[in-house]
Design a protein around this ligand. Sequence first.
Ligand SMILES: [Zn+2]
Ligand SMILES: [Zn+2]
Length: 305
Amino acid sequence: MKYWQIIAQSYVGYLNYLIRELREPRLQSYFWYLLLISVLVYICELIHPWRVHQARIRRDFWLDGFYMFFNFFLFSLLGFAALSNVASELWLDAWRGLGARPFVLLNLSGWPTLVQLVFYFFLKDFVQWNIHRLLHKVPWLWRFHQVHHSVREMGFSAHLRYHFGETIIYKLIQFIPLSLLGISVVDFFVLDAIAIAIGHLNHSNLYLTWGPLRWLLNSPAMHIWHHAKNLPPERLAQAGGVNFGLSLSLWDYLFGTAYLPSDGRDLRLGFPGDETFPAGFFAQLWPPPPATGEADATIKQHNQR
Ligand SMILES: [Zn+2]
Ligand SMILES: [Zn+2]
């Protein structure tokens, strides 16, 4: 009964939140922030594009725009908000059932807020870097992730082209390591805003390397290689891909998966076998399209070894 109430409250709560967000344009609102950062990056792409011959309204521009708002807002309305609230209540109930408080591996709550935020940002990015590697290594996870790699022409909104299954996979896997942190920060908007801005830039048609900061921050020059259709077989066999970083490039440099052999401006994007990948939103969503082509074969070969 309690869980049904949580589900009902989550729906009403999320719907009210969404209406409030739309009604009150302000920067500390995910909807308006996402819109603003998208417009800003798009203006930069128009003024100073890296691939000058790419159309201003590139291939799949509108499809990716829809993915952006579906994944960020509509998907939660369809049930994800309810599901994640029930999951966290079940987690707390499990601890209560054991007669214990949720286990805290590392208590940061006495640390200055800024230090807590920076620590949390690095840890979350590292956990997500590992999840991203899994998405490339495990064949059934790769089926979901193919949607993101089906981008043929790159622009800022490709950032949020992904199967909704990825949201569930990321949240499920990162839930436990992040919940082991004792943290007193309640508002993570600034961290999310930074991650969204870096993610938009990573996929943008802009030439950015971040100079000496390239060892720390991911960039479009680096992330384009993550989307390369053809990579050296030894790189695929080794890790299933290259440059898995989300906001940070640090983990790729530390763990040997960084790959930036030359300027990747005119790289062919996609994955081997993507010629038969469906083009529309619904066709890409359900069921996850069967993996075909060499990329999948490479992963399978690697896993059989
Ligand atoms: Zn990927
Ligand atoms: Zn990407």
